[in-house]
Ligand binder design. Structure first.
Ligand SMILES: Cc1ncc(C[n+]2csc(CCOP(=O)(O)OP(=O)(O)O)c2C)c(N)n1
Length: 271
């Protein structure tokens, strides 16, 4: 993706992986998340992090609102001549909002440069996907809108990158939207204190250990080692560098002051 492409993150992770992978400095993200004036939006957005420089225009708490907003950015991209692409992510639970269908239709009909990415972790809070979606693959929705739909192993970093690359190139070439469904897993409960699942037994610690064997980070590390791209030593050095960066981001966020209310004039209301 290019720097000026747009990304609308899914709710899980509050956009952290999306923002960081597109070049946002974690310290501004974390300070914002902690409601500090040193954050990317002066501390008033908390997890609805906005970073216009990197193509992030927010994440609404109401699931499904990102679909029509993505269509708006798709229209902008199509008509401003800059060939920007919109990547719009959502969870399996969010896929049953009506806004998805309106937005898929408009995007397909107008051949908007949008890549829809479903992060299917099989659970919407504690409702299994099979309880709210009648067929196995959410990617099958693409067929009705005449766009390509692809299921990928969401734990395989390279497979996801390849699928997104292809869809981004298609969008940039003016050929319209695509839908990618990444089959993945949630390694924890939705949030602390909630049951893990209903209709199915809660997963045990052993189940989680088993699932974690297919953690995308672990699988990618194994692949890089196996293919000789990195040595164990280089991998450990990268881990250390990341730990130092995260410690520094935490210290930066801790040191920040609470937001000045006047910041709302800059970030929330139009003047
Ligand atoms: C319209 C709407 N309904 C319900 C919620 C409450 N809610 C927040 S996250 C969530 C689960 C979303 O599931 P999914 O889209 O699969 O994403 P996941 O958290 O599993 O990644 C729900 C129901 C909400 N924020 N907005």
């Amino acid at each position: 993706m290019n720097d000026d492409d747009f990304v609308f993150p899914a709710v899980r992770g509050h956009g952290l992986p999306h923002l960081i992978s597109k070049g946002v400095d974690p310290k501004y993200y974390l300070a914002e998340h902690c409601g500090k004036s040193t954050g990317s939006c002066g501390g008033v957005s908390t997890y609805h992090n906005i970073d216009t420089e990197h193509g992030f225009f927010g994440l609404a708490g109401t699931l499904g609102t990102g679909f029509p907003i993505s269509v708006g950015y798709g229209m902008t991209s199509k008509w401003n001549g800059k060939q920007q692409v919109v990547v719009s992510c959502f969870g399996d639970g969010t896929s049953n909002r009506g806004t998805l269908h309106e937005s898929f239709l408009m995007a397909a009909n107008w051949k908007l440069p949008i890549v829809w990415v479903c992060e299917n972790n099989q659970l919407s809070m504690y409702v299994p996907v099979k309880d709210h979606h009648p067929v196995e693959n959410i990617a099958d929705l693409a067929f009705g809108y005449g766009m390509p739909g692809e299921v990928v192993d969401g734990q395989d970093v390279v497979a996801v990158a390849k699928a997104v690359d292809k869809a981004v190139a298609r969008a940039r070439a003016g050929e319209g939207p695509s839908l990618i469904e990444c089959k993945t897993e949630r390694f924890v409960t939705h949030s602390i204190g909630l049951p893990d699942r209903i209709d199915l037994e809660d997963r045990t610690k052993d189940d989680y250990v088993e699932l974690k064997k297919r953690d995308p980070v672990v699988l990618f590390q194994e692949k890089l080692l196996k293919e000789g791209v990195l040595t164990q030593k280089e991998m450990e050095r990268i881990d250390q560098e990341i730990a130092v960066e995260i410690d520094a981001a935490e210290a930066f966020a801790d040191a920040g002051s609470p937001p000045d209310p006047s910041v709302l004039d800059d970030y929330l209301y139009a003047k």
